[in-house]
Design a protein around this ligand. Structure first.
Ligand code: PLP
Length: 369
């Protein structure tokens, strides 16, 4: 039986989320239909919306359901592209260098803002870019999916406010794992399967009620902001997952993660962002100099442990991490594996992982030292 340590790619399904999904499978109606079954589905959808809005201290009209985090991020960028921010808007889209592809691919012409060695956005460059570019949309993730490093969102929001810039935050990895607020943001993106819901639902949570032009046109769902029948079971499970995640004591997971790091350091590994930046409680990026990440991944996989290299959604694609490169870690970018602990990780699993990691490094011998 393999031990799953790749929660940032997708979390393990939570019991509450499974139950909510099953309950939401029953109504046969489409939430847009006017007959009884349709109205029942609509009631469940709006109840889920109210609960998610409550979670973010927002109103139900501030929630736009999407298929996941990628779509929510792209919708935020799309909305800016359609806005009245001027004809040269593409130059005014500013994104952090360590963003997920969900943002990097949303607009290839965007201006990339560097991060410091600790992986956190350089505020001076942000301020300089905003001074030069005028009204802008800044897109930054709250927590990095590869390293778990947290960007200083409050400070970034203050800079954005000074220059009247909009701020969209990719909250896919932080939501449910650490307290995080919508206050001061234009919008944030979340994804149900990253919190322990099933795949297929996410949301763009708007900082204030407002019309945003749809990226997917259709039947006028989501107040005309996102066409397409809402995936009720996935939405119900997302909401249950976030509520359950918020109740969890993540310090237990943080201690298990720290155990891994202690053991990895003793084996000659380096940890991205260790002691220099605040990080998510469940994530660590372990660098073994000179050992290709894919070799490590395969050795651990054969030993029964599922970890990942590079970006969360890119399993199967192995390339040097743009995140570690942006942090100035150069060659290490190809030598890092990400271990991200699911919500239900046990001590026994981590002790077994440590044994496997030690055995891997001793087999790799001096190369890893
Ligand atoms: N943003 C971040 C930070 C992510 O880690 C991911 C997925 O790994 C996404 C966005 C995309 O989310 P989804 O898989 O729901 O499209």
């Amino acid at each position: 039986m393999s031990v799953y340590l790749d929660a940032n790619a997708t979390e393990i399904l939570r019991d509450e989320a499974r139950r909510a999904m099953l309950d939401a499978l029953d109504p046969r109606g489409n939430p847009s239909s006017v007959h009884g079954p349709g109205r029942q589905a609509r009631r469940m959808l709006e109840e889920a919306r109210d609960r998610l809005a409550g979670y973010w201290k927002a109103g139900p009209e501030q929630i736009v359901f999407t298929s996941g985090g990628t779509e929510a991020n792209m919708l935020a960028v799309h909305a800016f592209g359609q806005s009245d921010a001027g004809p040269d808007k593409v130059r005014r889209l500013l994104i952090g260098a360590t963003e997920h592809d969900a943002i990097r691919m949303a607009s290839p012409q965007a201006v990339t803002l560097p991060v410091h060695e600790d992986g956190r956005l350089c505020l001076e460059t942000l301020e300089h870019a905003l001074r030069q570019n005028g009204p802008a949309l800044v897109c930054v993730m709250a927590a990095n999916n590869e390293t778990g490093i947290l960007h200083p969102i409050d400070a970034i929001a203050s800079v954005c406010a000074r220059y009247d810039a909009r701020l969209h935050v990719d909250a896919v990895q932080i939501a449910g794992r650490l307290p995080f607020s919508l206050a001061g943001l234009t919008s944030l993106a979340i994804s149900g399967h990253k919190a322990g819901g099933i795949m297929g639902a996410g949301a763009l949570v708007l900082g204030a009620e407002g019309h945003i032009p749809p990226m997917i046109r259709g039947g006028g769902q989501e107040r005309g902001r996102r066409g397409g029948t809402q995936p009720l079971p996935a939405i119900a499970s997302m909401v249950a997952a976030y509520e359950a995640a918020r109740q969890q004591d993540w310090s237990v997971i943080a201690r298990l993660r720290d155990r891994i790091e202690e053991a990895a350091l003793a084996c000659g590994a380096r940890i991205a962002g260790d002691r220099i930046a605040p990080r998510l409680p469940n994530t660590t990026s372990l660098i073994l100099w000179g050992v290709p990440a894919q070799t490590q991944l395969m050795m651990l996989d054969l030993a029964g442990f599922a970890v990942s290299t590079g970006s969360a959604c890119s399993s199967g694609k192995v390339s040097a991490s743009h995140v570690l490169q942006a942090m100035g870690l150069g060659q290490a970018a190809a030598n890092a594996i990400r271990v991200s602990l699911p919500w239900n990780t046990t001590e026994a699993q981590i002790e077994a992982f440590i044994v496997a990691y030690r055995s891997m490094t001793s087999r790799l011998g001096s190369k890893a030292a």
